[in-house]
Structures are given as C-alpha cells and as structure tokens.
Design a protein around this ligand. Structure first.
Ligand SMILES: [Zn+2]
Length: 212
C-alpha cells in the first residue's frame, strides 16, 4: 500500500501530460490520491466530495484553495450537514471560509435550527462586503425565507452600524444637545434621545421586562 501510494503520488505530481483517467480505477481505495487525480482532471466537485467523505478538514482546505471555491465549498458544507444535522459543523466551515462560500447556497443548505446568531454574524459581514446592491437584495430575500432570521440580522446590522453624535445632535424629545457623558438611546430610525427622555414604556420594551 505504501509503495502504491508513493508510486501514484510521484505519477500524479509529475509534470507533463499524463493519462489521468486511466489512473482513477487504481485509486478507488485511496481517497486523497483519488481526489488529487480528480483535481488534475478539473473535476473539483468530485474531488471535494471524495475528500469530504474521507476527511472533512482536508476537504475544507482543498475547497477553499480552489481557484473558484464556491462549488467545492458547497460540497463540503453539504457533507458537514450530513455528518452533523444540528448544523454546528457546517456553521464552523461557514465561519472559517465565509469569503469562499456562496452564502445564498449555504443558507439553503443549513438546517433550520442551525445556530442563527452565528450564521447572522457571518451573513452580516458578507453583506458589508457585498459589492452590489443586487447581491445584497438576493441575500436578504433568502434570509427572509428563514423566519427567525430577519430580526437577528437586523439587530446585527444595527449594532454594526456606527454613528456620530456631534455638538449639533439634538435629543428628539427635549431638543437639547448631548453632553459628553450623557447616557442616550438610539432608535432604529436614527433618532437620539437622552436616556432620561425615553418614556418608561420604551424602557420596558428595550429591557424586555414587565411594566411595573
Ligand atoms: Zn432629552
């Protein structure tokens, strides 16, 4: 077996023309070599699939290194979901390889009870990176199909957004400026209020408590 592996490796890694297809039957039981042959044949999805069944970490590294990693990453994600139906394993792949993954496809592949908060973090980072409004709209539409997602994502984006309180900023309730150490609340529409100028009912809503 060792000799076979060494011979095949040398053959596969040698430069120049090589009839790789004829090698495939030889490497049925050698997943890494089989994947290497499939890769050289340009069959990267299959290469990723063979590796994923054998060693998910290696498959992930392989897929991420592909010139066009999306298809291979999708294969790895699918295998991760098959191995761990809670979605934890797949979300780990998504977190590590966010820039290599087709996020739309990944959202469809993830089980419904995948850890929403972690997925939303990845997706909101992807949205920040998204080059076009069209793509952002696609991602958002996909997210909205997952009921518990919209709110979590909105929260992440809201938290990630930065804003500046200037000397000209005024409290929406009392119209006075904000002193340096003043506690304030920012509403989803961007309005600012002193904490003391927020009605008790809103405090209850913000803190999730019961009215006294
Ligand atoms: Zn005020």
């Amino acid at each position: 077996m060792r000799a076979t592996r060494a011979r095949l490796r040398a053959l596969v890694q040698s430069p120049g023309p090589l009839s790789l297809s004829t090698l495939l039957p030889e490497v049925v039981d050698l997943p890494e070599e089989r994947a290497a042959v499939l890769d050289r044949l340009g069959r990267r999805r299959e290469a990723a699939a063979v590796l994923a069944l054998h060693d998910l970490d290696k498959a992930e590294a392989y897929a991420a290194a592909c010139a066009d990693p999306r298809e291979a990453c999708a294969v790895v994600l699918a295998e991760a979901v098959r191995r761990d139906p809670t979605g934890e394993l797949a979300v780990g792949v998504l977190e590590r390889r966010a820039s290599k993954v087709d996020v739309l496809g990944a959202l469809e592949a993830l089980p419904d009870d995948a850890p929403v908060d972690r997925v939303a973090r990845v997706v909101s980072a992807e949205l920040a990176r998204a080059a076009s409004a069209h793509r952002e709209a696609l991602v958002v539409r996909q997210l909205l199909k997952r009921d518990n997602f919209a709110a979590t994502l909105a929260l992440h984006r809201e938290r990630a957004a930065s804003f500046v309180v200037t000397a000209d900023s005024r409290c929406a309730a009392c119209r006075r400026a904000f002193k340096g150490d003043a506690a304030f609340v920012r509403f989803p529409d961007g309005a600012l209020r002193h904490r003391a100028c927020v009605s008790p009912a809103v405090h209850v809503a913000l803190q999730g408590g019961q009215p006294a």
